[in-house]
Ligand binder design. Structure first.
Ligand code: NDP
Ligand code: PYC
Length: 347
């Protein structure tokens, strides 16, 4: 890989964690963030990898996140509902604290929900559902973001890009996992295209006047569109309801009002649900895990690929060959480490 620097996964983690510590995050925050950013870069999910560090540093500099927060498992809300108060810090340490308690509970109740409140958010959700599948359970995760998406038939930003992820465990194999924005693409994808000077495909966005646009700049000033028209719009609305209003936290409109910009990480809640299939299917014919394998075989047997296969292949490649960074990426990471919060605008 000429012109590229290749780092092992632990080397990249070490660099990212050092940058975040230099920027003032405590060990709990820096560790949780460095793990999820490294994992995204390892899995070739560039829209939520090291590209996000600049926004994180700007969010810290703007005082919109608590760099010293230590999340707490809050008092139980109901037998199957657990809650973690992220205390205004980033969501990732709160997820790391809450998921082990969640799967423990679901093992006896069959289904349990983890509510996370008051969390700054920037990350992909597959990490959450993969952690649930590692305990042999199925998982769902969702959260609002900030108002950036027009509802189907509308023309102004109201809904978030609201990600939705699901995972199902597979014995001795990578889990079945999908994870996507309910907008036609993640906003990070539009920002990456703006930086690369690449137009958007038709149907992704409207400009500030509500006209269709393929210009990333105009799209960022206007509104993105939901995927699948009214279907994505309804799913995004459901996420506002159950992972915003129902968990007693901000909707995407409220999250945007609170930070005043889409260039910093919003603070809101997240909902993670764990299902123990063997408990839920108890007494019914067939083993749910074996039956799931029959379904996956039938999908792949038609020549279709399972979601996350690209990601798991990238993971295997990164683990054996390392992660390649461009010269510009290496320069940027060096600058972040040397100058800390002085390396980014705002404040
Ligand atoms: P993509 O459209 O890139 O991918 C969506 C999912 O579909 C992935 O699981 C992907 O697997 C799978 N997939 C893609 N192509 C195929 C195919 N041909 N056959 C089968 N499966 C396929 O995701 P988005 O751009 O919508 O979202 C990217 C990320 O952004 C997500 O991780 C999401 O959590 C995150 N996000 C976070 C937000 C936040 O507020 N924190 C807001 C919005 C998005 P694979 O990866 O293997 O290709
Ligand atoms: O990519 O849409 C996105 C996003 C919003 C907040 C974090 N990621």
């Amino acid at each position: 890989m000429s012109g590229r620097t290749v780092l092992t996964v632990p080397e990249l983690y070490g660099r990212i964690e050092a940058i975040l510590r230099r920027a003032g995050l405590n060990a709990v925050q820096a560790g949780g963030l460095a793990r999820v950013i490294t994992a995204a870069e390892r899995d070739a999910c560039t829209s939520h990898g090291i590209y996000r560090i600049e926004g994180i540093l700007r969010t810290i500099k703007a005082g919109k996140v608590r760099p010293d927060a230590v999340p707490e498992l809050a008092p139980q809300r109901a037998s199957a509902v657990l809650a973690v108060d992220a205390k205004g810090g980033f969501v990732n340490p709160a997820v790391e604290l809450g998921v082990p308690a969640l799967v423990d509970r679901a093992r006896s109740t069959g289904i349990a929900a983890l509510v996370i409140n008051d969390a700054a958010h920037f990350s992909a959700l597959w990490a959450e559902v993969e952690a649930v599948t590692e305990a042999g359970m199925a998982g769902l995760a969702m959260c609002p973001s900030y108002a950036a998406v027009a509802p189907a038939g509308g023309s102004a930003a109201l809904l978030g890009t609201n990600p939705f992820a699901f995972g199902w465990p597979r014995d001795g194999r990578e889990p079945y996992v999908f994870d996507f924005a309910t907008s036609v693409a993640a906003r990070g994808e539009i920002e990456l295209r703006r930086q690369a000077g690449r137009p958007l495909p038709d149907g992704w966005a409207v400009d500030a006047a509500g006209r269709p646009t393929t210009d990333p700049e105009a799209a960022l000033a206007g509104a993105m569109l939901p995927f699948g028209g009214h279907k994505g719009s309804a799913l995004a609305t459901m996420i506002e309801l159950v992972a915003g209003i129902m968990v007693g936290d901000r909707t995407s409109v409220e999250a945007l009002d609170a930070i005043g910009t889409t260039t910093l990480c919003p603070t809101h809640g997240e909902l993670i649900v764990a299902f123990a299939p063997q408990v839920i299917a108890a007494g019914r014919p067939g083993n749910p895990f074996d039956r799931a394998e029959t379904l996956f075989d039938a999908i792949v047997g038609q020549g279709a690929r399972l979601p996350s296969q690209r990601r798991f292949s990238a993971r295997a490649r990164s683990e054996s060959e390392g992660i390649g960074l461009s010269e510009a990426q290496v320069r940027q990471l060096d600058r972040f480490l040397e100058h800390g919060l002085d390396s980014v605008a705002g404040g």
